[in-house]
Design a protein around this ligand. Structure first.
Ligand code: ADP
Length: 277
């Protein structure tokens, strides 16, 4: 990080690293190369270290193309690192994915269009070959504010409601870890703000280890315990800070100097990311 790249660097919040516990999420020295044509490759990540402590909510910010989604796919066990180690709960992510202990929600909600909201939320039970726990499904539908919409089809719901259903589905099997990749990226600003408040409420009730990829600085500050900012590609951790704003963080928080100070600092850092990549 260059001192000129960030406004008022002396005001940067002090980082308190996540405790090393052997559980939660840990990426150590992770690099990822994607093979391209004619024996060339693209280095998406380069020596990335990142920890999310059990029960912690970490938001990952960074310029477009810096490797945020790659990090999430590695933690979800959908891809393998080219170098370094990725552990979730002290084990390889693919193993946890096979045991259905990772809850994943991406920008595209990917609900089955022909199935009811209830069936969509219950789907992970079927995928895992387990009997559907109807009470759990009811509780989740209530948790995400979709009680009364069980029989609706996805297209009968608003974008925000569909994303809430996707989050309920991600939580269906009571996962150890929740992975969210721009879950509200396709929503308008007002709905997105409402969904941020909903996610904060859901998270405060579950306190599940969560890694959120977002390009929205306000969203990161509203939701996260810690924020990790990545460099431009190849992605590494550039900066980490603890969000010392007490919860619950309602709409009034967004009007405080603490909120604005942190948002400004992080925005300036993202604006200057390409200079330091
Ligand atoms: P972000 O989420 O920060 O926008 P991504 O993780 O999607 O970034 O991508 C990081 C870089 O890796 C980008 O340059 C992207 O084009 C490249 N990339 C991602 N997936 C692949 C792939 N399957 N094959 C080749 N390049 C990829």
């Amino acid at each position: 990080m260059t001192s000129t790249a960030v406004r008022s660097p002396q005001r940067l919040p002090i980082d308190r690293p996540a405790p090393v516990t052997g559980s939660g999420i840990a990426l150590r020295g992770v690099s990822k190369e994607y093979p391209l044509k004619r024996k060339t490759s693209l280095r998406a990540l380069d020596g990335l270290d990142l920890e999310v402590a059990p029960g912690e909510f970490v938001a990952l910010l960074g310029p477009s193309g810096c490797g945020k989604s790659t990090v999430l796919r590695l933690v979800a066990g959908l891809e393998e690192a080219s170098a370094g180690a990725v552990d979730v709960e002290g084990r390889p992510p693919a193993q946890l994915a096979r045991e259905h202990r990772l809850g994943v929600a991406f920008q595209e909600h990917a609900l089955l269009p022909w199935a009811s909201i209830r069936s969509n939320v219950a789907l992970p039970f079927q995928v895992a070959g387990r009997p559907v726990d109807d009470r759990r499904v009811d509780d989740l539908l209530r948790l995400v504010g979709l009680g009364g919409f069980e029989n609706a089809r996805p297209k009968q719901l608003s974008g925000g409601m569909r994303q809430r259903a996707a989050i309920a589905r991600a939580l269906a099997l009571d996962p150890d870890v929740l992975l969210l990749d721009e879950p509200f990226g396709a929503l308008d600003a007002v709905t997105r703000r409402r969904m941020n408040a909903e996610l904060a409420r859901i998270w405060s009730e579950q306190q599940i280890t969560t890694l959120l990829v977002t390009h929205d600085v306000d969203e990161a500050v509203l939701l996260a315990d810690r924020i990790v900012v990545m460099t431009g590609r190849p992605g590494r951790v550039r900066y980490t800070c603890t969000v010392d704003i007490p919860r619950p963080r309602g709409a009034d928080v967004t009007r405080t100097p603490e909120f604005h100070g942190l948002v400004d600092t992080l925005t300036a850092m993202l604006d200057s990311a390409d200079e330091t990549a």
